[in-house]
Design a protein around this ligand. Structure first.
Ligand SMILES: [Zn+2]
Length: 166
């Protein structure tokens, strides 16, 4: 499934839901604060909570365990667990999707990964493949390093103000 075909079939809002969910999952698995911030920008309208919480959710990794299942479950709600016959596998359990939207969410959320640098969806060849290409991996690691360096003065100031308050 290519980025173009997903964007053609899904509304802009649904693209944000799918890509936000994939990014949030990857950010959780790879301790990636930059990606988590981007994911929450896309997901906030789907969580039904005020935008003012966006920064709070992005700061604390644990919120992912609440928000990702909620967002994904809503997107997958029309899929049905069924039994059908496949000439190759015989009688086999399957997920029936009543429309293209549900099919894209099932396939996307269960098998696709998304490159944190360029946003291209891909099927990982190895289980631990994070980026679509090595050059995207390098570019994203650089962006993350810059992002975290830029945050350092703010975080130090926060710690100082906490110590001052104690
Ligand atoms: Zn990429």
């Amino acid at each position: 499934m290519s980025l173009e075909s997903i964007q053609r079939e899904l509304s802009e809002k649904d693209c944000d839901l799918l890509f936000g969910a994939l990014d949030l999952k990857k950010a959780y698995e790879n301790e990636d604060l930059l990606l988590r911030q981007r994911a929450y920008q896309k997901l906030m309208p789907h969580l039904g909570e005020p935008d003012v919480f966006q920064q709070v959710y992005a700061e604390y990794k644990g919120w992912t365990r609440v928000h990702l299942p909620r967002a994904a479950t809503e997107a997958l709600k029309d899929a049905r667990f069924v039994l059908w016959f496949s000439p190759r596998f015989g009688f086999t359990p399957a997920l029936y999707c009543p429309n293209v939207r549900t099919g894209i969410f099932v396939r996307g959320l269960l098998t696709l990964s998304r490159c944190p640098h360029c946003g291209t969806p891909f099927t990982p060849i190895k289980g631990n493949q994070i980026h679509c290409t090595e050059s995207c991996g390098h570019a994203h690691r650089t962006a993350k390093w810059r992002f975290l360096n830029q945050l350092k003065p703010q975080r130090r100031a926060k710690k100082r103000s906490k110590r001052g308050a104690a």
